[in-house]
Design a protein. Structure first.
Length: 368
């Protein structure tokens, strides 16, 4: 593609939600302004920053930058949605105000979407950076390799999202405008997984593709400052939200269900798609999958108790301790038997007898 074509081709809207990123936002915007693809606009919503973020943005002299500032913090989803509504490009690229694009990011993704009209959105691999912008080297971090995935069919993506969750980097995406017009924007009720919720809705209708190259720098913040950091409240909220978005899989016709869960094809007819979905969720074994499965199974049964599923369902509800009542009772009993007189955290870290308790806590935390 020639330089002229990169200046006059389809308009790309780079949408940014900024919040208290005065340290990073200039670098973020410079990474867009220096793209090889130059036909773009930058549509920013500042989400009520209390630092100098908005002032820094206003100080960059480029007519393609459009800034709107919220009077108070309203959340990233609302800020992104506000920016998307104001965007006018054929393609919409998402960027966080503490991340940055690599130079060919827009060009590579525009070229791919122009050549593949059946694809609704194109992603890329992120290059992880640390707080200061250097290479992020903690291989034990949960985000270290999760985004380096290969491509798969639309139905295989849907299966992965149900079984495992997200594996796509939100600020790596470029989306066709018509996808938002057809599917709606991000669900602002979700704080942890609005991107995963949108990927599920997207892949029910459109193909997606991951370019197997790093096209952006994704920053991992110190002291768990990322929105997805493993703080206690984030873990709890993430589990609750993931359970809610699984409802996108409820009520499918048997053809769509069989395409995503083909191993259940020989049981369709004996059981409904929702009943098979419930069994699959329970078999996955995580607390939120089990809780979701039991709720969907319950909703699929007639209230009069008729049908072959009734007694099996009753047995399952007594089998799975989704509220951890029995686990907590067993823990209390073990603590009583150990005659605990010290702080529980000290006991868990010091007492060799409590190895099984440490394991219980670890399993509970890993269930997210």
């Amino acid at each position: 593609m020639t330089k002229l074509e990169m200046n006059a081709g389809p308009l790309v809207s780079v949408v940014i939600a900024s919040y208290n990123h005065a340290t990073y936002v200039r670098d973020c915007l410079e990474s867009v302004l220096t793209q090889t693809w130059q036909n773009f606009e930058i549509v920013i919503t500042d989400d009520g920053s209390v630092d100098e973020t908005a002032s820094i943005i206003r100080g960059i002299d480029d007519s393609r930058i459009q800034l709107d500032v919220f009077a108070q913090n309203r959340g990233a989803c609302i800020a992104f949605n506000h920016a998307i509504r104001r965007a006018s490009g054929r393609y919409i690229a998402v960027l966080n105000s503490d991340d940055r694009f690599l130079p060919h990011k827009l060009q590579r993704q525009v070229e791919f979407l122009e050549e593949n009209p059946q694809v609704g959105a194109v992603f890329a691999h992120p290059q992880l950076i640390n707080e200061s912008g250097g290479q992020f080297a903690d291989s034990a971090h949960k985000d270290f390799s999760v985004f380096h995935v290969g491509n798969r069919s639309r139905h295989s993506w849907l299966r992965y999202f149900f079984d495992h969750g997200n594996c796509l980097c939100h600020p790596s995406v470029m989306v066709r405008r018509e996808c938002y017009e057809q599917l709606g924007l991000l669900d602002a009720r979700l704080a942890q997984v609005p991107d995963l919720d949108f990927w599920i809705r997207l892949t029910r209708c459109f193909d997606i593709h991951v370019l197997p190259e790093a096209l952006l720098s994704f920053r991992i913040r110190d002291n768990q400052q990322n929105a997805s950091a493993a703080r206690p409240e984030v873990i709890v909220r993430d589990l609750w939200e993931r359970k809610q978005i699984l409802r996108h899989y409820v009520g499918w016709d048997t053809e769509e269900f069989a395409a995503v869960f083909p191993e259940y094809c020989n049981q369709i007819g004996r059981y409904s798609a929702d009943q098979l979905l419930a069994r699959h969720a329970i078999n996955l074994g995580t607390p939120f999958h089990i809780s979701f499965g039991l709720e969907i199974w319950f909703a699929s049964l007639p209230a009069d108790g008729s049908g072959p599923e009734y007694m099996d369902f009753i047995r399952q509800t007594g089998k799975y301790d989704v509220h951890h009542v029995l686990q907590l009772r067993a823990l209390r009993q073990q603590l009583d038997e150990l005659a605990v007189t010290r702080d529980t955290s000290a006991l868990l870290s010091e007492q060799p007898e409590s190895a099984n308790l440490r394991g219980w806590w670890s399993r509970l935390l890993r269930s997210r």
